[in-house]
Design a binder for this molecule. Structure first.
Ligand SMILES: [Zn+2]
Length: 314
């Protein structure tokens, strides 16, 4: 009897301690009590949830700007955040490589790419992967397909505000379409013979398809999928043959291989790095041609890329 009593007392004390330490940690992660708590993975997904959720949601983004989602492993606070969140939104298509299994198995998770038609996805030829290219945000019209699953998931989690999420989702769809139309028009400023984009890793295939630009990347679909010597040699030859003026490095990716290729091919590197797998810092503003945008948003990230590419290639 005594032993049982001691054991149950221990359990009671331990669970009280655990609960209070969890509560303290919760407070560190979640600043509000009355909002829907959403964990989002990449900065693009974080922005998407903020655009749709507005002031009804508190979003905890797992990955900061400049973080490579392909190799992200998570930090201890991420576990507490995902456990205590009402909803978890991730990009999907195995972009969050190391977290993919965990994210897919959760009851309260939704992939932003879940409504994207298989036919609209690009399947890489040379990759051994059975997964489609995950860099779908390169095409705003395709990224727009991520709005519906987020609206639905928020409405299911917080039914009282379903109309609010629907309205904000509809407004955001108009903005995404406006971004697509603007980008397409702006990119026509690049003459046909210069419409070649050389970047660090293969993150611009959807961008290429959306706007009719040829894209060549040094590394594969993930930045750690390094190019072999033959690929590097062929790319240098390609840059020389096509007499390219400029190639681009990416914000979250080491620029070492771009620098060495630029040197060997005798081509310049754009001073403006492209945002490939993460947005810029939230609240960091950029003004080009009199238009100001926030680099920490998806729309700002895309505008920065388009302006940088047009500026470098035209
Ligand atoms: Zn990538």
């Amino acid at each position: 009897m005594k032993l049982i009593h001691k054991v149950s007392l221990f359990v009671a004390v331990a669970s009280t301690l655990l609960a209070s330490s969890c509560n303290k940690k919760n407070k560190v992660i979640w600043k509000t009590d009355d909002k829907v708590k959403v964990v989002a993975t990449t900065t693009m997904v974080t922005d998407l949830v903020k655009q749709i959720g507005g002031d009804k949601v508190e979003v905890y983004g797992l990955m900061d700007e400049g973080v490579d989602p392909h190799s992200y492993e998570g930090k201890p606070t991420d576990t507490i955040a995902t456990k205590t969140a009402d909803l978890v939104v991730y990009s999907g298509l195995h972009l969050e490589h190391k977290l993919a299994d965990m994210l897919e198995k959760m009851d309260k998770s939704v992939a932003a790419t879940t409504e994207m038609d298989k036919k609209s996805l690009i399947t890489p030829e040379e990759e051994l992967s059975q997964y489609a290219d995950p860099h779908v945000w390169g095409d705003p019209q395709l990224w727009a397909k991520a709005v519906k699953p987020v609206v639905e998931a928020l409405s299911k989690t917080d039914a009282t505000n379903a109309d609010y999420y629907k309205k904000r989702g509809d407004v955001y769809l108009v903005e995404l379409n406006r971004l697509y139309v603007w980008s397409k028009k702006r990119l026509t400023e690049i003459p046909d013979e210069h419409r070649v984009l050389v970047t660090s890793h293969d993150a611009f295939m959807y961008f290429s398809r959306a706007y009719g630009l040829e894209v060549k990347a040094i590394d594969g679909l993930a930045p750690d999928d390094k190019a072999g010597p033959k690929k590097v040699k062929d790319l240098i030859q390609f840059i020389k043959d096509r007499k390219l003026k400029m190639i681009f490095s990416e914000h979250a990716v080491n620029a070492k291989s771009v620098k060495s290729i630029a040197q060997d091919a005798g081509v310049a590197i754009s001073e403006k790095e492209l945002f490939s797998d993460a947005t810029g810092i939230s609240g960091e503003m950029e003004t080009v041609n009199g238009e100001t945008y926030d680099l920490g948003t998806y729309i700002g990230m895309q505008k920065h890329n388009v302006n940088a590419i047009v500026g470098g290639l035209k």
